[in-house]
Every structure is written in structure tokens, then in C-alpha cells.
Design a protein around this ligand. Structure first.
Ligand SMILES: C=C(OP(=O)(O)O)C(=O)O
Ligand SMILES: [Mg+2]
Length: 401
């Protein structure tokens, strides 16, 4: 029933106005699924390779489609993703492009769900899934590679850890976003938005910490549940070996100083989450920081692990981090992403399913988070390509998908 009968690929826009890959998968019995690839800006050195959209489409048409059409069932995700790997023939998807691979992988999953008449999360996770919902981490203030002339730390993230429902959590994050706008206006600080919709004022990181602290406290009082916050430091973007460490506007921190700095911020602000606090090649420094604060906060590897089971295995052996960011396009297929989540879970690492800074209206990651009972999802706070996922979570919770 789910035999793939056609795969159509086209170039569409992402949220930055760049070209990305959209895939449609059709099946024998009329099943249909559509997936779109997101795209990073602060990409990890070890990510699967995104090719220019037209090149990825041309290569996938030549190499992947003959291995899928009439050959593979969309309902068997492992077969679909194995065919994509076989068609690609490299270990980093530089043949057909991780953007073509992930778009087809997600489209096939949706076609499989369509044939079953089941929600995507249930097709991916099974019938016993759908009762646990991730806490959304909402990007509120940001800079780094996502906005010029703003904070050095890439993302200050609201974390509504006490929310009684996804719906309340999503609205709390939006309220923190509005509250920060009001605080910035009171301080006469103009701010545009970065790529993910976070405010991008020209302020120091210290001021951003203060503003976040004030905003989450105000909104927590209004909503009546605990809201904490966290960070994506995007340490690999700050790290410069030639400069001898992590380069901030107010100076360079050595690795030991960076560890102290992050540990102090965790203590001072009760941070519940710190992503990529250190460079993507420094498992040892990640392990040192995890020793220091791993019982108080999630130390999450994004560029460190790149959703890759081998890099995660190395991290587990080293004691580096206690959490992994899961970005399907970083590794190329849903199978690889789920394998990384399952390895993480078996080893006590928390999974945080994540968007990219360049996004589309695709909602697959909302379903993936529910399907795998991921405790967190990072997918912004406002902006259409972000609310597409947040609103889908609300619908999933409401049994409306
Ligand atoms: C979402 C992120 O940004 P990008 O997509 O630019 O890697 C991130 O670093 O976690
Ligand atoms: Mg990151």
C-alpha cells in the first residue's frame, strides 16, 4: 500500500529568503507527504552537507529517485532512509545533499502516516506515544551568527518548566518575548529581530541576562508557574584558536575562564539549559563543565554532537554533556535522528529536538518530539515558521491532528 510511486522535488523559499528543497512523496494507494529542508547559519563543522538547492535536487533526481520509486515502501522509514544513504554513497550526504535527503525522508514519513490515517507522531512513535509533550525553549534575545551587532551569546531561551500544558508553555514564551520588548522600550533600547525572531538589541550579554531574569520572573508571576531560562552559547562560533580562546566584545576568555564563566551564570541565574557552552572539538572541556554543573542544568551538545551517533558515543564515553540537540537536517534522515535520540535515552542524555535558524512551515519536528517523548523542543517563540511548529504542538495536545 505504501509503495512509493512518485517523488517530486522543487525549490521553495525558506524564512531567510534562501532556496531550499521541498519533496512530495506519493504512494500506490494515494498516500501523500510533503517535507521541506531547513538550513543552519551557525552550522557545526561535522554536520551533513547541504548543497545549493538546485544541485541537491538535480543529484537526488539522478541518484535517489530510481532507488525509491517502485522500490521502497514509504511506511518503512528505515528502508527509505537506507535507500537515501545508498543513493548518496558518502558518509556526509555530500552526494545528493542533506537538504534533499531530509526533505524526502520527512515527506516519506508523512506519506506513510497518510496511508495509515494516523498522525505523524503516532506513525513515528507508535500507539503508546502522544501522552508526553516537550517543554518548548523559546528564543527571546539573540545575536551571534543570527543577528549583527547584538549579543555575543547566540540565544537567550525562555524555559517554562512549570507549565501545566504545551499550550500554556507556548503562550508563556510569547509573553516573555513581549515582556522583553517592553523592558527594552523602557530602557530606550531599539531592537530589530534576528533570524529566529528573537530580539537583537545592541546590548552586552550581561544586560541580556538581567533583562531575561526580570522578564521571566514577571511572566511567571502573571501565569502562575515557574519559568526559567537558558542559553545557546554557540561556543564554536566564539572560539578562535589563534586568539587563544573565546572571543567576546569585552575580551578573550581561555577555556578554563569560559568554563568558570558559564558555571557562574548557571549559579547566578539558575539556568536550566546551556547549549554548546564550549567549542565543538573540546569534549574534555564539555566534560569538565558537566562535572561542575551537570546536576543543576542541562549541558547540551549541538555543534558538538551534530545529531551523530558516533559523536554522541564519544561524548558519552568522555562524560561530555548530559543532553543532545536533535536536528534532522544535521544528519540527513529521520532514522539517523531517531537512532541518536534512542542512544541518548539509553545513556541518560536528554534530547532537545530543534529547528534551524533558516526554517519553513514544515511541522515534522513537532511530531518527532512527541513521537520520541523528547523532554524539550527548541523552535523559537514567535514568527510564522516558528509558530507553525508551536501551533502544531498545541493541536497534537488537543488531539486535533
Ligand atoms: C538553531 C541553531 O542555529 P543554526 O540553525 O543557525 O545552527 C542553533 O545553533 O542551535
Ligand atoms: Mg545551537
Amino acid at each position: 500500500m505504501t509503495l512509493i510511486t512518485d517523488v517530486r522535488l522543487r525549490r521553495v523559499l525558506d524564512s531567510r529568503g534562501n532556496a531550499t528543497v521541498e519533496a512530495d512523496v506519493l504512494t500506490e494507494s494515494g498516500g501523500f507527504g510533503r517535507g521541506k529542508a531547513p538550513s543552519g547559519a551557525s552550522t557545526g563543522e561535522y554536520e551533513a552537507i547541504e548543497l545549493p538547492a538546485q544541485e541537491a535536487i538535480a543529484n537526488a533526481r539522478d541518484d535517489a529517485l530510481p532507488r525509491l520509486i517502485g522500490e521502497v515502501h514509504a511506511g518503512n522509514q528505515r528502508d527509505v532512509d537506507a535507500a537515501l544513504h545508498a543513493a548518496d554513497g558518502t558518509d556526509d550526504f555530500s552526494g545528493i545533499g542533506a537538504n534533499s535527503a531530509v526533505a524526502i525522508s520527512m515527506a516519506a514519513a508523512k506519506a506513510g502516516a497518510d496511508v495509515l490515517g494516523a498522525p505523524l507522531f503516532q506513525h513515528l512513535g507508535g500507539t503508546f506515544r502522544g501522552n508526553e509533550y516537550p517543554t518548548p525553549l523559546g528564543n527571546i534575545i539573540g545575536g551571534g551568527e543570527h543577528a549583527a551587532d547584538a549579543t555575543n551569546i547566540q540565544e537567550f531561551l525562555a524555559a517554562p518548566v512549570g507549565a501545566p500544558s504545551v499550550e500554556e508553555a507556548v503562550f508563556a514564551n510569547a509573553a516573555v518575548h513581549q515582556e522583553v520588548h517592553d523592558i527594552l522600550a523602557d530602557r530606550d533600547l531599539p531592537a530589530g529581530k534576528g533570524d529566529e525572531g528573537a530580539w537583537a538589541p545592541s546590548i552586552s550579554d550581561d544586560e541580556a541576562f538581567e533583562i531575561m531574569d526580570e522578564a521571566v520572573e514577571t511572566v511567571a508571576d502573571d501565569f502562575g508557574f515557574a519559568i526559567a531560562f537558558g542559553l545557546d552559547v554557540a561556543g564554536a562560533e566564539l572560539y578562535d584558536e589563534d586568539e587563544g580562546g573565546y572571543v567576546y566584545d569585552d575580551g578573550v576568555k581561555s577555556t578554563d575562564e569560559q568554563i568558570d564563566y558559564i558555571a557562574e551564570k548557571v549559579e547566578a541565574y539558575d539556568l536550566v539549559y546551556v547549549e554548546d557552552p564550549l567549542d565543538e572539538n573540546d569534549y574534555e572541556a564539555f566534560a569538565d563543565l558537566t562535572d561542575r554543573v551537570g546536576d543543576q542544568t542541562l549541558v547540551c551538545g549541538d555543534d558538538l554532537f551534530v545529531t551523530n551517533v558516533e559523536r554522541l558515543e564519544a561524548g558519552i564515553s568522555a562524560g561530555a554533556g548530559n543532553s543532545i540537540l536533535i536536528k534532522p537536517n544535521q544528519i540527513g534522515t529521520l532514522t539517523d535522528a531517531v537512532d541518536a535520540i534512542e542512544l541518548a535515552t539509553r545513556n541518560g542524555y536528554e534530547s532537545v529536538v530543534s529547528h534551524r535558524s533558516g526554517e519553513t512551515e514544515d511541522t515534522t519536528i513537532a511530531h518527532l518530539a512527541v513521537a520520541t517523548s523528547a523532554p524539550f523542543i527548541k523552535t523559537g517563540a514567535v514568527g510564522g515558521e516558528r509558530t507553525a511548529k508551536l501551533n502544531e504542538l498545541i493541536r497534537i495536545e488537543d488531539n486535533a491532528v
